[in-house]
Design a protein around this ligand. Structure first.
Ligand code: 2AM
Ligand code: CA
Length: 277
């Protein structure tokens, strides 16, 4: 008997309800607020969707823990413990949501003893429900998915994100990393705007790798389960083991491409989710 399957089944129901709420919000005017910078956006919908998800899950699993993007923004701690923990991004791709650019997702990862047990990413506008339970494979709308299998970086399509950065040195490194990879050369670089969707695009073979410095555990937790179960690799940008709280990752269809990216990119300090920054 799988103790966490029931949680996963319930997560699918809640994620679908969250997607419906996002769809409805897209029919109305969207009021945008700024968080840490003029390009760090949040809307009432981010907050309402997170409330819906957490209140629904809490009713059924009152002893479980939660790390949600908007709850952390409002002052809740983001410390990962051994307790069963739901790591939630109610809208991953808020800037896309604001512009109605079609990669907007709900991302939920579930950990026990700090290990990811399952992940769900619902790309709402595409109506693609990605899911993965540890040891049981990755799926999109119930159909198995797997990574591309591409081993040659010169034939790869790579995803990253490149928002404005307050620190000019971080900005310079982000841009120069893109230049180094384009000069390999690779087939192309894309920035779809939702970290969770990016991981699912690699998991389903539509792209060969994704790297990012400066994201958060709620952007990565759901997708990490999906990429692993789809046969891909996920690691730290140094090439070491992936750390959910480290705010950075390289994920790829295989180790060769991941290692090539690790060699080509420079890092900059981005702090950790489990420390005051
Ligand atoms: P969000 O939409 O939940 O904020 C695009 O920039 C992708 O990176 C989105 O998934 C976005 O998540 C995520 N992201 C999270 N933190 C970021 C940061 N500090 N800078 C840039 N992107 C960030
Ligand atoms: Ca978000």
């Amino acid at each position: 008997m799988d103790p966490w399957q029931e949680c996963m089944d319930y997560c699918l129901v809640v994620t679908r309800d969250a997607g419906k709420m996002i769809h409805e919000a897209l029919q109305r005017d969207i009021t945008v607020m700024e968080k840490s910078s003029p390009v760090d956006l949040v809307t009432e919908t981010d907050q309402k969707v997170e409330e819906l998800i957490i209140s629904s899950i809490k009713k059924k699993y009152p002893t479980h823990s939660f790390i949600g993007e908007e709850s952390v923004a409002a002052g809740s701690p983001s410390i990962l413990t051994d307790n069963p923990t739901w790591i939630i991004d109610p809208i991953d791709g808020t800037t896309n949501f604001v512009h109605r650019f079609p990669f907007v997702s709900v991302s939920i990862g579930f950990t026990v003893n700090k290990q990811i047990e399952f992940g769900i990413v619902y790309s709402c506008l595409e109506d693609k429900m990605y899911s993965a339970r540890k040891g049981k494979g990755a799926f999109c709308n119930g159909v198995p998915i797997k990574v591309s299998g591409q081993r040659d970086i010169t034939k790869s399509l790579i995803l990253t994100e490149m928002g404005f950065k307050n620190d000019p040195e971080h900005f310079r490194i982000t841009m120069s990393n893109i230049e180094s990879l384009l000069s390999v050369p690779v087939h192309g670089i894309r920035a779809p705007g939702s970290a969770a969707v990016n991981m699912c695009l690699v998991a389903s073979g539509a792209a060969d790798a994704y790297y990012h410095i400066g994201i958060h555990c709620w952007d990565m937790a759901g997708g990490a389960a999906i990429i692993t179960e789809a046969g891909g690799v996920i690691m730290d940008i140094t090439g070491g083991p992936f750390d959910l709280m480290s705010r950075r990752l390289i994920t790829a269809s295989n180790r060769e491409i991941a290692d090539c990216i690790a060699k080509k990119i420079q890092q900059f300090p981005c702090g950790r989710d489990d420390m005051e920054n």
